[in-house]
Design a protein around this ligand. Structure first.
Ligand code: SF4
Length: 170
């Protein structure tokens, strides 16, 4: 529960930051989506967790650019315009961070794919520093975390965080 709560808080806080970051970079069209067959294939099959930063998640796909893993997030519906949604920018950067930590190999970018357009979002050192700073700020502002909000065992059974959740009902 605690980890999930942190993730929710972080994702919410990343929304405003995403607004700023998306204005700083010009997303590009991605023409081709290769399948990932690189050296980290086995390690990238499961939910990615960073205990250090209190974030977790799994991209819809992980592709390859050479030997580098590239997280891909697929969103239903049309792109909002020439830029992806701000919250989606923040989310794909968290996926880049998770992959970076999981395999000790930094993606150069992540991909957001809408029904009609696909965008690359750069992942580089200034972005990482901004992202980590914001995650630290959000966590510092939310030292007390909310309790479990339900009493439904079935939700915990189906929850991907169950094994690391200290409030699981199962
Ligand atoms: S295991 Fe249950 S209490 Fe924990 S995060 Fe999942 S749904 Fe919530």
């Amino acid at each position: 529960m605690e980890l999930l709560a942190i993730v929710v808080l972080v994702m919410g806080g990343l929304f405003l930051w995403g607004l700023w970051i998306s204005r700083r970079r010009q997303p590009k069209r991605l023409e081709k989506l290769p399948d990932y067959e690189g050296p980290y294939k086995q390690r990238l099959r499961w939910q990615l967790v960073s205990y250090e930063y209190g974030v977790t998640g799994r991209p819809d796909f992980i592709l390859a650019d050479g030997e580098s893993p590239v997280p891909v997030m697929v969103k239903k519906g049309k792109a909002p315009g020439d830029y992806p949604h701000d919250s989606h920018v923040a989310q794909i950067l968290v996926y880049c961070l998770l992959i970076h930590q999981a395999v000790d190999h930094a993606p150069r970018y992540g991909v957001i794919r809408y029904d009609d357009r696909t965008f690359e979002v750069d992942y580089n050192e200034p972005v990482v520093l901004d992202l980590l700073e914001l995650i630290d700020e959000i966590r510092a502002q939310h030292n007390s975390l909310p309790d479990r909000s339900h009493a439904d065992e079935r939700r915990c059974v189906a929850c991907s965080h169950r094994r690391i959740c200290d409030e699981s009902l199962t």
